[in-house]
Design a protein around this ligand. Structure first.
Ligand SMILES: *[C@@H]1O[C@H](CO)[C@@H](O)[C@H](O)[C@H]1NC(C)=O
Ligand SMILES: *[C@@H]1O[C@H](CO)[C@@H](O)[C@H](O)[C@H]1NC(C)=O
Ligand SMILES: *[C@@H]1O[C@H](CO)[C@@H](O)[C@H](O)[C@H]1NC(C)=O
Ligand SMILES: *[C@@H]1O[C@H](CO)[C@@H](O)[C@H](O)[C@H]1NC(C)=O
Length: 551
């Protein structure tokens, strides 16, 4: 209605031409526009970024583990950690967690008391980050971190909170605001935060996890995705199920992924829930799993023989009654890759190796170039190589999308302790940013910039936001998207999801300035309550993201 008359045919035409020449590279723009570029943010942040979570105040919380030995960053004010249980150091005056400020590129040390190694996490609807479990004295601990405006907030720990030990478990935030905690080493069950009951009544058996645990336990860090029907998709090893966690019932089992090669830790592939598009009559959910390692990869690597990683991806349309896996080939084999949703809806596969598996000293032949998977392209034309990072990112590396559209990358430590010298892949304390092609300056003419938006987006409610596009604009190429910031560790980005909001209309309100109306997510099953990064994407070029609270 209001849309049609405001957006002229002329603008559409010009925009289309610009779109084709710029986005589809007919004039071969500089390589940054095709392959992106890498920037070193810090040669050392003092710790190795094994676990990462972006918070809604544009801070990035990172941590490794307390039993690594001494990090390269002292705790403030002469603080030390005294821990008679620690396997590396009983007195440790160094930090194992930092809070990084994305806007200023600065960081400060945080204090963790107990071991966070191979733990999991999720952000509550109110923005407090909850970290779950770890190893040794940390395996029953829950820790929380609430963003603050001063420089003093730190971890709060709740010892003995968990019913079972959670080491290599996965988490998902649920529509009711609880976090489900699934599996972990030798844990064939799940529980919740906050707890339903603090006794064993709060623990729910899941025999699927026992069934998928092979000799190398290739089912750790199971891939969890909350589906639009409110049930949980759980993938472990080669199998996947639909779990009704409220009634502890497995509703269905999907076909095994073809090839029968494991996809979970230590044969670490990765997995994403592809964008949920509210502009379709029915929201469709598709899972995509990429990479991994063969069944015997871990035991072979233990004997110094690094087998070839997997080069296949599988897509499963879980909205279909009887879905089958559709397989595709990546241009390069990869284990320990991280799969990240970009604001464009494309999937970046970054970090990892071509040979071996996850685990101490078990990865080989790092893959330093990410690949981009473009959903909108025809099969066989979807993957392309991105620019190569100077740094190998093997076991214990991670990556997250930040609101300005960059991907922040850190970590890599395939050794039992911090180890900086005399080895092939030293512990990496650096922090890098990968700028995907869409950030290239040449796309400035079509790049939206958000001027105003509501801070709260209500379920099903209309919401208007105002943005500019410098030179060309066409509503045909416009979308507004939410991304939930992920908790990334061990090649799986927990809680990551994208919702493409229903577009109601757009009008021009001033020269080069537009108001678009979108509808908030339909349900908390599609978008659980909480903070999301909102992006306006125009001609495949995203704005910088702004934080909105969905409730
Ligand atoms: C440790 O930090 C210092 C600066 O604080 C830096 O010069 C050094 O390279 C760091 N060490 C490693 C192994 O990154
Ligand atoms: C969010 O809720 C948790 C659990 O109830 C609480 O500990 C935390 O302080 C709350 N955070 C904020 C920002 O209110
Ligand atoms: C997924 O399945 C649903 C239901 O059969 C169908 O409507 C939709 O088009 C499918 N999506 C894709 C991408 O295949
Ligand atoms: C670092 O690795 C080398 C080679 O494996 C080993 O000899 C050394 O003890 C390790 N150092 C630490 C601090 O673990």
């Amino acid at each position: 209605m209001s849309t049609g008359n405001m957006i002229t045919f002329f603008l559409t035409l010009v925009s289309y031409i610009v779109y084709n020449t710029l986005v589809f590279c007919q004039t071969l723009p500089p390589s940054t526009g095709r392959q992106g570029e890498w920037h070193l943010l810090h040669a050392s942040i003092g710790i190795s970024a094994m676990h990462m979570q972006v918070l809604h105040d544009n801070k990035l919380i990172m941590f490794d583990r307390t039993d690594f030995g001494q990090s390269n960053l002292s705790l403030p004010n002469g603080l030390c950690r005294y821990d008679s249980q620690d396997t590396a150091l009983e007195i440790d005056c160094t930090a194992h967690s930092v809070l990084y400020d994305i806007d200023t590129n600065t960081f400060r040390p945080l204090m963790v008391q107990t071991d966070t190694w191979c733990s999991s996490g999720a952000v509550l609807p109110n923005g407090t980050f909850i970290q779950i479990g770890g190893f040794n004295d940390g395996d029953h601990v829950v820790r929380s971190f609430t963003p603050c405006i001063d420089e003093y907030c730190d971890w709060i720990e709740f010892p003995n909170y968990l019913i079972e030990r959670r080491w290599y478990a996965s988490n998902q935030i649920l529509p009711n605001g609880r976090i489900i905690i699934v599996g972990g080493r030798r844990q064939f069950n799940y529980e919740f935060y906050p707890q339903m009951y603090s006794s064993s009544l709060g623990l729910f058996r899941l025999s699927f996890l026992a069934e998928t645990s092979d000799q190398s336990e290739n089912n750790l860090y199971p891939f969890l995705h909350l589906l639009p029907d409110g049930n949980l998709f759980v993938f472990a090893n080669t199998r996947s199920i639909l779990l009704d966690y409220n009634n502890n019932r497995v509703l269905k089992e999907y076909p095994r992924i073809p090839g029968n090669d494991p996809r979970n830790y230590p044969s670490s592939g990765s997995s994403v829930l592809l964008p949920l598009d509210e502009n379709l009559p029915n929201v469709v959910a598709e899972i995509m799993v990429c990479g991994g390692a063969p069944q015997d990869g871990f035991s072979r690597a233990a004997h110094g023989s690094y087998g070839q990683a997997l080069s296949t991806c599988g897509r499963l349309n879980v909205s279909d009654e009887n879905p089958t896996w559709v397989m595709e080939d990546m241009p390069i084999a990869r284990v320990m890759g991280d799969m990240l949703l970009l604001p464009t809806g494309d999937v970046l596969i970054i970090n990892g190796a071509r040979q071996g598996t996850a685990g101490w000293e078990k990865g080989h032949a790092p893959v330093r170039a990410p690949v981009l998977y473009r959903l909108s392209q025809p099969p066989n034309g979807r993957f392309s190589f991105m620019a190569t990072s100077p740094k190998p990112r093997l076991y214990h590396s991670s990556a997250v999308l930040v609101p300005d559209g960059r991907v922040i990358v850190g970590g890599s430590n395939p050794h039992m302790y911090y180890n900086f010298t005399g080895i092939e892949f030293p512990t990496d304390l650096s922090l890098e940013a990968f700028s995907p092609p869409y950030l290239a300056e040449q796309y400035g003419v079509v790049r939206p910039r958000i001027l105003t938006q509501n801070e709260v987006l209500g379920y099903g409610e209309f919401s208007a936001l105002v943005f500019t596009v410098p030179e060309y604009f066409s509503i045909k190429f416009l979308s507004v998207r939410l991304i939930a910031p992920s908790f990334t560790t061990h090649s799986f980005s927990m809680n990551q999801r994208m919702v493409v909001l229903k577009l109601i209309g757009a009008t021009r309100v001033a020269p080069n300035t537009f108001e678009v109306t979108v509808r908030g997510p339909s349900t908390a099953e599609i978008a659980p309550q909480g903070y999301y990064m909102l992006f306006v994407v125009h001609a495949e070029i995203p704005s910088s993201g702004v934080w909105v609270k969905v409730q």
